[in-house]
Design a protein around this ligand. Sequence first.
Ligand code: PAF
Length: 324
Amino acid sequence: MKLWQPLFATALSVALCGQLHADTKTLKLGHPQAPTSAFHAGAVEFAEQVGKLTNGRYKVEVFPSGSLGGEREMVESVQLGTLDFVVTSTGPVGNFVPDTLITDIPFLFRDYDHARKTLDGPIGQEILTKFPAKGLVGLAWGENGFRNLTNNKKAVNVPEDMKGLKLRTMENPVHMTAFRTLGAQPTPMAFTELFGALQQGTVDGQENPIPVIVSSKFGQVQKHLTLTGHVYSPALIITSVPLFNSLSAADKKVVQDAARLGAAKMRAKVNEIESSGLDALRKEGVSIVSTIDKAKFQSALEPAYAEYAKRFGADKIERIRQVK
Ligand code: PAF
């Protein structure tokens, strides 16, 4: 059991709304991360806004820490109608809506500004139009952050250092291709299993954004961190087509507005933990490689880029690179 994981599945926070109606409808939102995470900040903001903007006609209960399942399972539950909302990284979403996979290409986005502009602009909005065909509604792009590598074996400075490392990855074919190309052994695993797997040495390392590494207390079970920033990891607030279509036009707008505010809160929390998180990890004894030669990693990834170009179209990838 993870140190931060609640002992039982319980809603940590409930939408705070002025008054509750006799016929208040309660909806459930699940997410995989700790209550101190950026995902949780975004989820709570979404819940509060839905409560406030509907004057308590709707109440959203937030279930953190994967207490309702891993990301893939929760997306499935939303699709099946047994869960109302999920905040998830794009990691497993490509298995449902393949158009999202392009966002998972390594070193695609220059920085946070580039990623956020792309997802909030025409490209991100075009991807969201693909969700309803899969029974899902992508309400807003939130954020997990730029992913960095941790492990227990050695300091990773150059791509060759990754050879043979057994790394937990998300259940995401784009990421797995990249790590295989770099000579690591990608081991897909649900995030809910990860702390235990690192603790027991089932895997040598993992990769996640600083806010996740800090809020999940991976500093307790990992010795080395390299600020690879190898993949930008977007997040999404997702609901189902039947639930969304059951809402009045005004309530649809409320849910969309609340999702955008939740996503903005998530990004603000990512900014905050990005700047304070490294000191916290150093204090836990993690040794940090702060700079890498990105060009070396990109050149080692050439065979993977050739595969991505075939799969997604070089023009589509270039269109993202060109967003200013
Ligand atoms: O590593 C993952 O699976 C994802 O980054 C996470 C932490 C579940 C996103 O919420």
